[in-house]
Design a protein around this ligand. Structure first.
Ligand code: NAP
Length: 226
């Protein structure tokens, strides 16, 4: 059955590769959302919309897009932003943009998705970071980023509890290093053991079937430190 898969954060990196994989290797439709969408032009079965998680009306703006679809099957909350600065150099704007993008906007976008899911089963897959897991190895400079990703981990467990008797499942993959622009910002010069395309394939496949095996789970997907 053809599914409608919403991918949040898709102009580059892992999200871009996820949309490309779905378009080239499946019959599913993608509703692709990020501020820039020009890189997705010409991809088959992809509806791309410019969308900003920093907007004050995330829920309403996404609702206006999603109401045009009869049903929704998958939401991949992949969008994220990273600031790498020593703690005392973080501006309040650095901290609030990290939180607005990585958790506040994601929660509001998830509200819009839930409103328009329809009667079928749906899987919401959050993309967090190993750094957001309590007890993992931590890195200097990432306090705004990793604490906001920890909130996404916590949101997964809380949502899953609240929705446990419904048709909507949520899980969270906590990624280790993947070769993207964000990684270069966090760890300049470091080479990740996995490409964005390879991780994207895993994420897409997990988003389609993972909720048959996991519900409300926080799963590290990492081959390295960082
Ligand atoms: N790469 C890694 O090593 C790694 C490790 C752990 C976790 N992760 C997580 O994996 C996810 C993907 O990371 P990546 O490495 O592919 O990052 P990336 O290359 O920096 O891509 C981030 C994506 O998020 C979108 N985005 C950022 N701010 C947005 C906003 N305000 N509104 C809408 N979309 C926004 C960007 O699109 P626009 O700029 O066009 O809006 C872009 O498509 C992130 O959640 C990240 O935290 C990555």
């Amino acid at each position: 059955m053809t599914k409608n898969i919403v991918v949040l954060g898709c102009s580059r990196g892992i999200g871009y590769e996820a949309v490309k994989f779905i378009s080239e290797h499946t019959d599913h439709n993608v509703i692709a959302l990020s501020r820039n969408v020009s890189s997705l032009e010409g991809m088959k079965n992809v509806d791309a919309f410019s969308f900003d998680l920093n907007s004050q009306n995330v829920r309403e703006e996404l609702s206006a897009i999603l109401k045009n679809y009869k049903s929704l099957d998958v939401l991949i909350n992949n969008a994220g932003t990273l600031v790498n600065k020593p703690f005392l150099e973080l501006s309040q704007a650095d901290i609030s943009t990290s939180y607005q993008t990585n958790i506040v906007g994601i929660m509001a976008a998830t509200q819009a998705f839930v409103e328009h899911v329809g009667d079928g089963t749906a899987h919401i897959l959050n993309i967090s970071s190993v750094g957001g897991i309590q007890g993992s190895v931590k890195f200097a400079g990432l306090s705004a980023y990793s604490t906001s990703k920890a909130a996404l981990v916590s949101f997964t467990e809380l949502f899953a509890e609240e929705y446990k008797d419904t048709n909507i499942d949520m899980n969270c993959l906590c990624l280790g290093a993947v070769q993207t622009e964000m990684l270069a910002q966090a760890f300049p010069g470091y080479e990740a053991p996995i490409s964005a395309a390879k991780m994207a394939k895993y994420i897409v496949e997990f988003s389609l079937t993972g909720n048959e095996y996991y519900k409300g789970k926080i799963l590290p997907v990492s081959m390295s430190t960082p």
